[in-house]
Design a protein around this ligand. Structure first.
Ligand code: SIN
Ligand code: FE
Length: 307
């Protein structure tokens, strides 16, 4: 198995840093690098691709991808429901092998992470017709509307399973620089003011009560609210999209890459057929918890944002 950290500091070029030059992959990731495995890092079970390749995905549905929830063993995002069983079996196998790989190379994270969804990205990204806040070709950091993280972090493992085409990514400078440059313009103060406020406490009590009655109102922290806002704000901000530093990567067929997608602004410009598994990494298990976006924003705001 070969490991490489991709240093995101040159335009249009992959710079490969051999694993021997580093001992702790946590630090590589937390600093906003992409950890890159040209040979895929792990073997996909042979049944996975045949099970997925015929899957029909609705390009304009509310589901951006075919998603698999490992905790309940369910798939969503298919047009033809008769495919569910086959696709579910393929995704289950993929998810299991990706999680096994991640726990092997990042054991400290695996002890405290929450397993999130896996996805199959079958649609060509170039020219994809999606509403602005759902567009994948605009730089953004990730935040999940339905799954608040309370300061923990979004680690994603992607594999390009397209036998011919690279997956074309663009990234920008990671969260410390992003926050320095844009957090105030994006309105961090307004979200920091929520922390401990009557309104925030009221919303949280209401969401708990409504959930008890089976009505899903998401119980999120001021940090989660800000990150959701930042995701949309970045996509809508023409000046940021135009002027920020940009780094281009072509991720070749068969390769795997790991990245904290809430630390690294990213966009996908082209490519189809990728698999992805997400885990939510506990802030406590980071090699350097002060690099968590929540820690950076809390320091900036001078108060806790994650309760
Ligand atoms: C994203 O997370 O914004 C999309 C990345 C990808 O599908 O390659
Ligand atoms: Fe994203």
């Amino acid at each position: 198995m070969s490991f490489f950290g991709v240093r995101s500091d040159t335009l249009g070029k992959l710079i490969l840093v051999p694993a021997a030059s580093t001992t702790d992959f946590r630090s590589v990731l937390e600093k906003g690098n992409i950890l890159f495995f040209p040979d895929g890092g792990f073997s996909l079970p042979p049944a996975v691709l045949p099970a997925l390749m015929g899957a029909t995905q609705d390009a304009r549905s509310i589901h951006k991808n075919i998603a698999y929830k490992p905790n309940v063993d369910r798939v969503s995002g298919l047009i033809d429901k008769s495919e569910s069983e086959t696709v579910r079996a393929g995704m289950r196998e993929y998810s299991r092998s990706a999680l096994e790989f991640l726990s092997r190379i990042l054991p400290e994270y695996s002890r405290g992470w929450k397993v999130d969804y896996a996805s199959f990205r079958s649609i060509e990204e170039r020219g994809r017709d999606l509403p602005l806040t759902k567009r994948n070709d605009l730089l953004h950091v990730d935040a999940f509307p339905t799954r608040p993280v309370f300061g923990d972090m979004i680690l994603r493992c992607f594999t390009n399973v397209n036998p011919e085409q690279p997956r074309e990514w663009m990234t920008s400078d990671p969260f410390p620089q992003l926050a320095e440059r844009e957090a105030d313009h994006a309105g961090l103060d307004r979200y920091a003011a929520l922390s401990g406020s009557g309104l925030h406490n009221l919303r949280r009590s209401a969401s708990r009560a409504l959930r008890g009655l089976g009505l899903p109102l998401v119980d999120r922290s001021p940090y989660d609210a800000f990150m959701l806002h930042l995701h949309d704000w970045m996509k809508a901000n023409e000046a940021y999209q135009r002027d920020c530093p940009k780094y281009r990567f072509d991720l070749p067929p068969g390769s795997t890459w790991l990245v904290f997608t809430d630390v690294v602004p990213h966009a996908v410009l082209g490519g189809r057929l990728a698999l992805e598994q997400t885990v939510i990494v506990s802030r406590k298990s980071l090699a350097n918890p002060s690099l968590a976006p929540a820690s950076i924003l809390e320091k900036r705001a001078g108060r806790t944002l994650t309760v």
